[in-house]
Design a protein around this ligand. Structure first.
Ligand code: GLA
Length: 377
């Protein structure tokens, strides 16, 4: 614990996941990058135990830290601030409150983890204001759980990468126990984030579909006699599992199981491809991941299929939906020498020349903890 400062700022980036989709909640490894677009929380400590947060365009919210925390109606942005307070105070004593001024260069509702970035920024600000400098492991114990407060419960991928990413690297995130290993992105590899224009905000309907897939995969593994999909992969070979799934599972359970098993293998191969700078192979894996998310897990939509197809036709080596799907963004992979042409062609084919703000480079950037360390705090 360091002495509490009176004011400061923390910045937390958004993310795109390169590969490893819908498997973090099965405790299987994933490979996201943090963006250079961030949510910043400027904070000022106050002696009173209150949180007063203001976000340009979204208004002001205020609540006390020393009483029960009840969420505002679903969809209220202030719930992420309350979720932060609720998570932080379960673990640390928060004697002081904060005044928060939130700014963002990260598009909202585009599937780039703006809500996780907001909650994480508010948590870090509250802790800093109380003189508490928490580490990656401790934060990973409270943040993913803490999003329950707003009713969503994903895996830990988003929190891990927005906290732990390193500049110029993708982050291989493993779970149970959580571990983050930076994997340097080879020179000349370019990733683009491309917004499908379909808002996949965490509506009740999308949440239900997400959970349905999560539980179907879990049930499938149990039906085959394993504790979960990860245990299945640890205890049996890929070909054997496929045979078992085809013989003994059907419908949604079979498709979710096959997606997760295949995606876990693709992550392993993608890390190898990145380490050996094998761009063709990396791109092929992204395309296979998209096909699996579309055909097996059924989390794509017409716009994401059209967008990723436009990217491939424009000369991208790979393209896939990123994040939960049902809308949101895609990640496009190409080489530096093709990047401008690929972006221009996607701009024409998919965006009808109006790609401004919806198609941008996903520059592998530092996570919040590296940004704090750099600021010398
Ligand atoms: C959302 C969740 C993540 C992850 C992805 C799908 O973004 O927050 O934890 O499950 O969906 O890969």
């Amino acid at each position: 614990m360091s002495a509490a400062a009176a004011r400061g700022a923390v910045a937390v980036p958004g993310r795109v996941n390169l590969i490893g989709e819908h498997i973090d909640y099965h405790d299987l490894p994933v490979l996201p990058v943090a963006l250079d677009r961030r949510i910043t929380a400027e904070w000022q400590a106050v002696e009173e135990p209150v949180v007063r947060a203001r976000s340009e365009g979204f208004g002001e919210r205020e609540f006390r830290l020393d009483g029960p925390l009840e969420p505002w109606p679903a969809g209220d942005w202030g719930n992420y601030v309350k979720a932060a307070a609720s998570a932080a105070r379960q673990r640390w004593p928060l004697a002081r409150g904060v005044v928060l001024e939130i700014r963002s260069t990260l598009p909202v509702a585009a599937g780039l983890s703006s809500s996780t970035a907001l909650m994480t920024a508010c948590t870090l600000a509250l802790l800093e204001a109380n003189g508490i400098r928490a580490g990656f492991g401790e934060l990973m114990e409270i943040l993913p759980e803490g999003e329950y407060f707003v009713g969503t419960r994903g895996g830990g991928m988003d929190h891990a990468v927005v906290l732990g990413a390193r500049e110029g690297c993708a982050l291989l995130v493993e779970f149970a126990p959580v571990r983050a290993t930076p994997v340097p992105v080879p020179e000349g590899w370019v990733f683009l984030a491309a917004d499908s224009g379909v808002q996949a905000e965490k509506s009740a309907a999308v949440r239900e579909q997400y959970n349905e897939r999560r539980f179907a995969g879990q049930r499938a593994a149990q039906r085959l006699g394993f504790a979960g999909i990860r245990q299945a992969l640890e205890q049996a070979g890929a070909a054997e599992l496929r045979r078992m799934a085809e013989a003994r599972l059907d419908g949604m359970e079979r498709r979710c199981f096959l997606h997760a098993a295949g995606e876990a293998e693709r992550v392993r191969e993608a890390v190898e491809a990145m380490r050996t700078a094998d761009a063709e192979r990396f791109g092929r894996l992204l395309n296979e991941s998209h096909a699996s998310l579309r055909d097996l897990l059924a989390v794509s939509c017409a716009e994401l299929d059209a967008l990723t197809e436009a990217a491939r036709q424009a000369g991208a080596l790979g393209a896939r939906l990123t994040g939960a799907g049902f809308g949101g963004s895609a990640v496009v992979f190409c080489l530096e020498e093709d990047a401008e042409r690929v972006a221009a062609e996607i701009g024409g084919r998919f965006y009808g020349g109006r790609a401004e703000g919806r198609l941008f480079r996903a520059v592998p950037s530092a996570g919040a903890l590296e940004l704090i360390a750099r600021a010398g705090g």
